[in-house]
Design a protein around this ligand. Structure first.
Ligand SMILES: [Zn+2]
Length: 351
């Protein structure tokens, strides 16, 4: 049951266009768009912490709001048309949650809707917005809230401009604007991230698994370790490029260490079959770690030595190669989030 919930969260998290998300909001039960705390991804793809705030913290922050802001943000109110101070704001910058500081919209998606409320055609990051069915006032609308604090923002409608066709209709009172170049407060800045590269057979599955590891911000399929630039899937499959199907993992070291990623990697694939994973045979399916620096390489080699000294692989030798550096080339778009697009996502192994 937990796995089903987790998969649902990741399906939602990876929906690429907000249009699809809104379509989902139309038919998906409200609960499906309001997963209980603890199951949402820890970080958005833009590396912001999505850890839901406790009620205590929300109460604390709410004390800093004006009564009108409290009515709107916590009481789901609506400010009068043309009365908000951000309706006519045309400066470059970012609009963050008034309550918790999470970036919600950027000036490049703001447009003149003439509705009297600040309007945007897409969010800063799809993961930063929570959607809920709202049947109040005799209408069925889709309410939008801040993912991190649950603060009310406004509603989203399907009469917006291209490319999404959506109109995110906001209350100015729910937002704080920071002009480009201004230093952002800590709560509005992304977490520091690091990068790791793993090749363990077909990248679809490796990417899907890493994407689910708590503390991983993003996993992208690509090619690495070969002799050619910008290889295509066809070249990697049928020509002697030397590239391996590789997954680039962007992670928050504060939340998940490189060592923990190594542990996951060896649970995700079989490191004892040379140039092969299950039915996939060829050097592009070899087991390899492309260390981002000498420190990662040392850690990877030390971990492999530990595994060799254990009886985990029952005498079979580990063939995983460890290399330092090299250029990573992103794979074609149709290879990204393959399992999410086509089904077949597997939960993380439990042992
Ligand atoms: Zn918030």
């Amino acid at each position: 049951m937990k796995a089903v919930g987790l998969t649902l969260v990741f399906v939602l998290a990876a929906v690429v266009t907000a249009g699809m998300l809104l379509a989902a909001a139309g038919w998906r039960p409200v609960r499906g768009l309001a997963e209980p705390a603890g199951e949402a991804p820890m970080y958005s793809k833009s590396a912001y912490s999505l850890k839901r705030l406790s009620q205590g913290r929300i109460d604390e922050l709410a004390r800093l709001l004006t009564p009108e802001e409290r009515d709107i943000i916590l009481g789901k109110g609506t400010e009068a048309r043309f009365c908000g101070d951000l309706v006519d704001n045309h400066k470059d910058g970012v609009y963050v949650c008034r309550l918790c500081g999470l970036p919600l919209f950027a000036s490049d998606a703001k447009f003149e809707s003439k509705s009297g409320w600040p309007s945007f055609f897409q969010p800063f990051d799809p993961d930063h917005i929570r959607y809920e069915r709202d049947e109040t006032h005799g209408m069925v609308r889709t309410e939008i809230m801040c993912e991190r604090c649950g603060g009310h923002l406004g509603h989203v409608f399907e009469d917006g401009p291209a490319p999404t066709g959506l109109r995110y209709c906001l209350n100015s009172a729910s937002l704080t604007f920071h002009e480009a170049g201004e230093e952002l407060p800590a709560e509005s800045r992304p977490a520091s991230t690091a990068t790791a590269y793993f090749a363990g057979g077909c990248f679809w599955g490796v990417e899907d698994r890493f994407q689910q590891v708590p503390g991983v911000v993003d996993a992208v399929s690509g090619y690495m370790g070969g002799r050619t630039s910008d290889p295509t899937y066809k070249e990697v499959c049928y020509e002697d490029t030397g590239h391996a199907e590789t997954v680039r993992v962007t992670f928050v070291p504060e939340a998940v260490s490189y060592r923990e990623l190594l542990e996951w990697f060896f649970r995700f694939h079989n490191p004892t079959t040379l140039n092969r994973q299950g039915p996939d045979v060829g050097t592009q399916y070899r087991s390899a770690i492309f260390a981002a620096d000498a420190e990662q390489a040392d850690e990877a080699r030390a971990y492999i030595d530990e595994l060799r000294a254990s009886d985990r692989y029952r005498g079979k030798s580990i063939v995983t190669q460890v290399e330092v550096g090299g250029e990573f080339f992103e794979a074609e778009e149709y290879h990204q989030d393959y399992h999410l697009k086509h089904g077949g996502s597997c939960p993380l192994p439990e042992d």
